[in-house]
Design a protein around this ligand. Structure first.
Ligand code: 0L1
Ligand code: MG
Length: 262
């Protein structure tokens, strides 16, 4: 690691304060260009510890930047992983308070819920499908704490991959009852389609994102426990939203899920 513990704690406090106080910041690698991957995930872990100490609960995990559309949109080349806590969970059809966010965007996602634990290394799509209880549609609301969503991969990992809110819903489906590569998705904003895609946009198969997460955790001596809920990453580029917007996502064979911004 390139950063010491005091710097990691200070950067975690800084990024979490930006989230809680709804203000943006330049990317942290501007001041810490030597920061490495372990530092980035250590800062993310320190943010999680701060939240857990205040009584938050982890309710899921996420993979991000898993589609070429997202990678192109953000000018990066590999996926990243983050956590979701109970504060981020919006009920189906519920309302997101836009004043609590800096510059929110929405992403259409396919969500996995596991019935068996998954542990890498060596995890693959087949193991993920065998361990999956059901899949369902989800909308992730991302809100980078970095000014104008301008960051590099290490900065965005430290910032818990821009996680802010999410909703899951629709019709949960057994994984063998849907072709996750060819299933179509339509994201609508205020009744107008704003993004279209198919599951294969996520690394060729959305289960590949879950396998990558299991392998990532395996390298750190961790696993995905049975019951885990995981957002597999935006199928399309992210779409900006503002107060007054209604957003819904329909995923073929899995119904639809929605939320609105007040
Ligand atoms: O969930 C995502 O794909 C977002 C990852 C972080 C990058 C961003 O803020 O767009
Ligand atoms: Mg996402």
């Amino acid at each position: 690691m390139a950063l010491n513990q005091a710097t990691i704690a200070q950067l975690a406090e800084h990024l979490e304060n930006c989230q809680l106080q709804v203000r943006d910041t330049p990317k942290i690698t501007d001041e810490h260009p030597g920061m490495d991957w372990d530092d980035a995930y250590a800062i993310q872990d320190a943010i999680l510890q701060r939240k857990l100490a205040r009584g938050a609960r982890v309710v899921g995990l996420k993979a991000g930047l898993t589609s070429h559309a997202k990678m192109k949109q953000m000018g990066v080349e590999s996926p990243v992983f983050g956590f979701l806590v109970d504060d981020y969970c919006v009920p189906e059809g519920g309302t997101v308070q836009t004043r609590e966010l800096i510059h929110p965007k929405v992403e259409p996602e396919i969500v996995f819920v596991l019935k068996h634990a998954l542990k890498g290394p060596g995890c693959h799509i087949g193991a993920v499908l065998a361990a999956t209880d059901f899949v369902l549609p989800g909308i992730e609301v991302i809100d980078s704490r970095y000014r104008d969503f301008k960051f590099d991969l290490k900065s965005v990992v430290a910032d818990n991959t821009s996680a802010a809110r999410f909703v899951v819903g629709g019709q949960a489906q057994r994984p063998e009852r849907v072709d996750l590569r060819t299933c179509g998705i339509v994201l609508e904003k205020n009744g107008q389609p704003v993004a279209l895609g198919a599951g294969a946009a996520v690394l060729g198969h959305p289960a590949a994102a879950i396998a990558m997460l299991a392998n990532h955790l395996g390298r750190r001596g961790q696993e995905l426990p049975a019951g885990s809920m995981i957002l597999s990453g935006g199928v399309t580029e992210a779409v900006s939203v503002q107060a007054g917007d209604n957003v819904s996502l329909r995923v073929q064979g899995m119904g639809s899920v929605s939320l609105r911004f007040a």
